[in-house]
Structures are given as structure tokens and as C-alpha cells.
Design a protein around this ligand. Structure first.
Ligand code: MG
Length: 404
């Protein structure tokens, strides 16, 4: 790939996406455990050929926008306009002072764009000045009249489906957008159409069938199922923890503060339930244990609230592209009684992990007054975690083979 002086990318995320059904703007909906917007933006933010990423968002979405992509590096978002065209122009104007050589314009609803498509877009724009990714049409297309009767059957060999990112010499497409705005033309549905209207020749390059636009509830359901099938590396980990009881007036159990006539003797808050869960998740990841991630010798963790340990373990699963399918914890103690606390504990673990409560089990048993738990010298907990990782994870561990 040739490196231009500067290549910017505009991510158009200002639409309302109402055809995707209930649940707010579609670019903020989660698919495969990650928002559509994060999926669409990440390949640009991490591409070595892209020097600046300029998002355009709806001003009403400021909070959810930040939440979705706070882990990425990008220029301060600008507010979109009433139409897609106006939003793109806002992005172009925001980049004007930077004067990039090339600009790629990408719709946030195309969540599955790859680095290869981005590289091809940069190359094509350098070569031609204006180029769009296309894929062949496999269905026969009909032109119909207002009543729905077929008027014509265009030659399929001459038809292509246009995708994004569409790529242009920056100044050329900025000029075309400004002229269209001046002349009151605001009805273009993509940037290639504006370039065509401005008299430019628009070249095409190879798109990617997977780089489809998420539009309808069916699109979301199909892609969710596809991503779910990719997470076929299913793993189970177990955890076990004990803390001694000492003087005190409360216990932290599964993230819930429980008034009690004793307290935990521990470096952290002594929450055995959350500690066992953390070890179960780390075990499923084959990534050390709670002691190696949060050494008791580190003063940073003295008196620490254990919810941060669990949040970190969940984050490790997400970083590997995985998801947690199920968590369960069993508390082993004579007192306090866990039954009345069960739903509060499930709700708290759901809050910490972001999992639905239906994927979290909290159980309890006594040890029939036997042993240290029976004598109420300490409280123990066991846990199990089931997680799903992409097969690639195993492939990497096996030296590149994609199969277990
Ligand atoms: Mg512990």
C-alpha cells in the first residue's frame, strides 16, 4: 500500500436508524457484545494508513457516543445535519483546516469493514481521485412502475452494489459538497453521487460482501447468529476462596454489604464470592489467578472493593473478543442466611459484569457445622464461569491453525 501524505476518515454516525426497530439509534446497538459504532470505527482508528478519524454524530447522542468508543482515539466529534449529505459536509468542513490529501467517508452502520478494504480505498483514491467499493449483484434486478409492474430488466453484469468507505481527494469532494449545498441540492444518498453530479469520474474497487449495512431487525438477528457461531471455543473455569472472620459489623458478600456481628480478616474487602468468580473467569481464560493480577503485596489493593477485580476479569474476556455465557457462585457458611440475599447478589453481579441476571446463579450451602465454616471461623465460596472465545484464539495458540 502506498502511503499518502495524510489520509483522514469520516465516520457518519448521525442517523437515527429507525428501520432497525426498537432500541434507539442502530449504531449504538450491541452486536456480538460490541456496539455497531465501535465495530465500524475501530478498523479506521487502528489502520496505519489513517492519520485522523473524524466522527459525525447526532448532538442528542453525545453520552452514548462517548460510552461506545471511549477506548478509541479520534478527533472531537462534530454535530451532523438534517440529512446524511449535510452530516458528511460537517465532517469535511471540520477537517478542512487539516487539509488531508485523501478522505475516506464511511457509514457507521457498516460494522464489518476490514483493514483490507480500507487499504484498497486509500490506494484507489490515490490512483483515481474518486473511488468506491462495490460488490457484484447476484439477484436479478427489476425496474418497476408506480403500480409495481415490471418495466425493465437491466443487465446484471453491469450492476454493482455500492458500499463505503468511499474515497476521494479531499479538496475535490469538499468542493463538490460545498457547491451542492450552494445550489440547494440535498438529495444525494452517497458521496459518489455528489462526485458524479460535480462531473468527476468515479472509479470502483473490490468491496467485501461481509461489509454490509445493518438496516433491519433481520440484519441484526442474522449477524448476531453469525458472530455467535464464531464464538465456538467454549471454556469453563472454576474458583475457590476463603476468608477468616474477625471482629466487625458487616460482610461484603457477592458485592452486597451485609450487616453482621463479625467482619472479614482480609487484605481487600474479603468478598469471597466475587474473588471465587474472578478466579473462575481467569481460569477459563487460562490467564493466571486473582493473586497474579492483583498481588496482595501491592498496597494499591489494600482495602480494595472487589467489584473492580471482577470488572477487570470481564474486561479481559472482552479484550479477547469473547463473551461470558454464565457465572455461578456457591456460598458455604452457617450464617448469614444467603437465601434472602440471593436476588440482591444476582442483581449486583449483573450490574458489575453487564450480564443479564438470567446468566447469573447464586447458591448457598452449610457444611453441617463441620470444619472451619461449620465452626464459623471463616466463609468459603466456590464458583464456575463459562465463557465463549473466538476460535482464532486457539488458532494463535496452536501456531496459526484455525481449528482446535
Ligand atoms: Mg480472597
Amino acid at each position: 500500500m502506498t502511503m499518502p501524505k495524510r489520509t483522514a476518515a469520516i465516520i457518519v454516525a448521525a442517523g437515527r436508524g429507525l428501520r432497525a426497530g426498537a432500541g434507539g439509534p442502530k449504531q449504538y446497538r450491541s452486536i456480538g457484545g460490541k456496539t455497531v459504532l465501535a465495530r465500524a470505527m475501530e478498523p479506521f482508528c487502528t489502520h496505519p494508513g489513517i492519520s485522523a478519524v473524524q466522527p459525525v454524530r447526532n448532538p442528542d447522542d453525545a453520552d452514548i457516543f462517548d460510552q461506545a468508543v471511549c477506548h478509541l482515539a479520534y478527533r472531537p466529534p462534530v454535530d451532523g445535519g438534517a440529512t446524511r449529505q449535510a452530516s458528511v459536509r460537517a465532517g469535511l468542513e471540520a477537517l478542512a483546516s487539516q487539509a488531508p490529501e485523501i478522505v475516506l467517508i464511511h457509514d457507521a452502520a457498516r460494522a464489518f469493514v476490514t483493514a483490507d478494504v480500507i487499504s484498497r480505498a486509500i490506494d484507489a483514491a490515490l490512483l483515481t481521485g474518486a473511488a468506491i467499493p462495490v460488490v457484484p449483484v447476484t439477484d436479478t434486478i427489476k425496474v418497476v412502475d408506480a403500480a409495481g409492474a415490471v418495466e425493465a430488466t437491466p443487465d446484471r453484469a453491469l450492476l454493482r452494489i455500492a458500499q463505503t468507505p468511499q474515497a476521494f481527494h479531499f479538496q475535490t469532494i469538499l468542493d463538490a459538497h460545498r457547491r451542492a449545498a450552494r445550489e440547494g441540492r440535498d438529495d444525494f444518498t452517497d458521496d459518489a453521487a455528489i462526485a458524479e453530479w460535480a462531473g468527476l469520474t468515479v472509479a470502483t474497487f473490490e468491496g467485501d460482501a461481509a461489509n454490509m449495512k445493518l438496516t433491519t431487525p433481520e440484519d441484526f438477528a442474522r449477524e448476531e447468529a453469525r458472530l455467535g457461531a464464531m464464538l465456538g471455543d467454549i471454556r469453563t473455569g472454576t474458583g475457590y476462596d476463603v476468608h477468616a472472620l474477625t471482629d466487625g459489623d458487616h460482610l461484603m458478600l457477592c458485592g452486597v454489604r451485609v450487616p453482621f456481628n463479625r467482619g472479614f480478616l482480609a487484605h481487600s474487602d474479603g468478598d469471597v464470592g466475587l474473588h471465587a468468580l474472578v478466579d473462575a473467569i481467569l481460569g477459563a481464560l487460562a490467564d493466571g489467578d486473582i493473586g497474579s493480577h492483583f498481588p496482595p503485596s501491592d498496597p494499591k489493593w489494600k482495602g480494595a472493593a472487589s467489584d473492580q477485580f471482577l470488572k477487570h476479569a470481564v474486561e479481559l474476556v472482552h479484550r479477547r473478543g469473547g463473551r461470558i455465557a454464565h457465572l455461578e457462585v456457591t456460598m458455604i457458611c452457617e450464617a448469614p442466611k444467603i437465601g434472602p440475599l440471593r436476588e440482591a447478589m444476582r442483581a449486583r453481579i449483573a450490574e458489575i459484569t453487564g450480564l443479564p441476571q438470567s446468566r447469573i446463579a447464586v447458591k448457598a450451602t452449610t457444611s453441617e457445622r463441620l470444619g472451619f465454616t461449620g465452626r464459623q471461623e471463616g466463609i468459603a465460596a466456590t464458583a464456575a464461569a463459562t465463557i465463549r472465545l473466538p476460535w482464532d484464539d486457539i488458532g494463535a495458540a496452536n501456531g496459526g491453525s484455525n481449528q482446535p
